[in-house]
Design a protein around this ligand. Structure first.
Ligand code: COA
Length: 338
C-alpha cells in the first residue's frame, strides 16, 4: 500500500505534530563492555556499523514504561493532558505481552482512560506506519488527537551470545502528538508505506509465536531472539529507503534540495551514507544518533525526531523527511512541513 497527500475533494484535513518526546534507559552498554562477552571489537563494530554504545532497560522496566515516559514528554510539549488523549498507537516488536497490546498498558500508565489504544507491528517502520494511521484517523475527524509511540525493549529479544546481532540493537522510546493542523501551522505533506512479505525470513524472531511456541525441548535454541541475514537486509534497506525517500519527496511536490533535515532509520551508518549519496542530500542535513543508541527499531526515527526538535534542528516551515526500513520487510517515509 502507498499513499500520499490528501487530494482535492478528499475529506481528510491536514494534521501536524504538536509535540515530541523520547526516553532512553539509564544504563549505557559500550562496545568495550561487549568485547568482554562476545568475540568482537570496538573497531569492528564502529567501522561496520557506526555504533559505539546502546541503552539497556532495567529488568523491571518494560516496553510500556519506556513508551509511557516518552509519551508523557510529548504530551507535555503539546500542552495536552493524558486524560484528553483520544487515540494511542504503540509501534513495537517487543511488546510487554503478546496480548493485550502494549498500548493498553500505556493507556493506564499515562491516565488516558478515555483513549482507544492498540499496537502496530511493522518493525523499524512501525512509527511511520502509526503516523499514517493517525494522519487518517485524526484527519478524518474520527479522533481529535493521537499519541503515537515507537518503543522497544530489544535487549529482551537478543541472543547475547550471537555477535552477528547482539552488537546492533538497543532499547528506547520516542513519541509524537498528532492534531489537526491550523492555518499555516505545519502539516504532514506526504506518506509512503510499503511491504514485501516474500522476504519475511531475512529478519525475524522465529520462536515464541503460534508457529513455534517455546517449549522445554527447544528452549536451548533461543528461538525467541532476533535472527538476521545481515548482508541481504543491508541491500534491501538501501534500495527501499532510497525509493521511499524519492517517492515521498515527489508526492509532497518537492525536490531533495527542499529538505532541511533528513531523519533516517538508525540501523547502520553505512546504510545511511549510501542513501545520502544516492539522494544528493547534504551530509550535514542528516540527523544521526545511532552511535549512542544502536538500532532501536520502531523507536529509532521517533527518538531522532524528538532529539532534533529539542536541539533546534527543525524550525517552523522546515521540510523534513523521515524514512525507515525493517523486518517484514517493511519500509516507509513521511515528509513533514514543521
Ligand atoms: N564482531 C566481529 N566480527 C563480526 C561481528 C562482530 N560483532 N559480526 C559479524 N562478524 C563477522 C562475520 O562473522 C563475518 O566473518 P566471516 O567473514 O569470517 O564469516 C564478517 O564479520 C563479515 O560479516 P558480514 O555479515 O559480511 O559483515 P557486514 O559488513 O555485512 O556487516 C552487518 C554486518 C550486520 C553490520 C550488516 O550486514 C548490516 O548492518 N546489515 C543490516 C542490518 C540491519 O540494518 N538490520 C536491521 C534492519 S532494520
Amino acid at each position: 500500500m502507498t499513499s500520499s497527500a490528501p487530494q482535492p475533494g478528499q475529506t481528510i484535513t491536514p494534521v501536524r505534530i504538536a509535540g515530541t518526546g523520547s526516553y532512553l534507559p539509564e544504563r549505557i552498554m559500550t562496545n568495550q563492555e561487549l568485547e568482554k562477552s562476545v568475540d568482537t571489537s570496538d573497531e569492528w563494530i564502529v567501522s561496520r556499523t557506526g555504533i559505539r554504545a546502546r541503552r539497556i532497560a532495567a529488568d523491571d522496566e518494560n516496553t510500556s514504561d519506556l513508551a509511557s515516559k516518552a509519551g508523557l514528554k510529548a504530551l507535555e510539549q503539546a500542552g495536552i493532558d493524558g486524560a484528553d488523549v483520544d487515540l494511542i498507537i504503540v509501534a513495537t516488536i517487543t511488546p510487554d505481552t503478546l496480548t493485550p497490546a502494549t498500548a493498553c498498558y500505556v493507556q493506564q500508565k499515562i491516565g488516558a482512560l478515555g483513549a482507544v489504544a492498540f499496537d502496530v507491528s511493522a518493525a523499524c517502520s512501525g512509527f511511520l506506519y502509526a503516523l499514517e494511521i493517525a494522519r487518517h484517523s485524526v484527519g478524518a475527524g474520527a479522533f481529535k488527537n493521537a499519541l503515537i509511540i515507537g518503543a522497544e525493549k530489544l535487549s529482551a529479544f537478543v541472543d547475547w551470545t550471537d555477535r552477528n546481532t547482539c552488537v546492533l540493537f538497543g532499547d528506547g522510546a520516542g513519541a509524537a502528538v498528532i492534531v489537526p493542523s491550523e492555518n499555516g501551522g505545519g502539516r504532514v505533506l506526504s506518506s509512503q508505506l510499503g511491504t514485501d512479505g516474500a522476504q519475511a525470513e531475512l529478519l525475524n524472531i522465529p520462536g515464541g509465536g503460534s508457529a513455534c511456541p517455546i517449549t522445554v525441548e527447544n528452549a536451548p535454541q533461543k528461538l525467541a531472539t532476533l535472527a538476521m541475514q545481515g548482508r541481504e537486509v543491508f541491500k534491501h534497506a538501501v534500495n527501499a529507503m532510497k525509493k521511499a525517500s524519492i517517492d515521498g519527496i515527489t508526492a509532497a511536490g518537492l525536490t531533495a534540495k527542499d529538505i532541511k533535515l533528513l531523519i533516517p532509520h538508525q540501523a547502520n551508518l553505512r546504510i545511511i551514507d549510501a542513501i545520502v549519496e544516492r539522494l544528493e542530500v547534504n551530509r550535514d542535513d542528516v540527523y544521526i544518533n545511532l552511535d549512542k543508541y544502536g538500532n532501536t527499531s520502531a523507536a529509532a526515527v521517533a527518538i531522532a525526531l524528538d532529539e532534533a526538535h529539542r536541539e533546534g534542528r527543525v524550525e517552523r516551515g522546515d521540510k523534513i523527511l523521515l524514512v525507515a526500513f525493517g523486518a517484514g520487510l517493511t519500509w516507509a517515509s513521511a515528509v513533514i512541513e514543521w
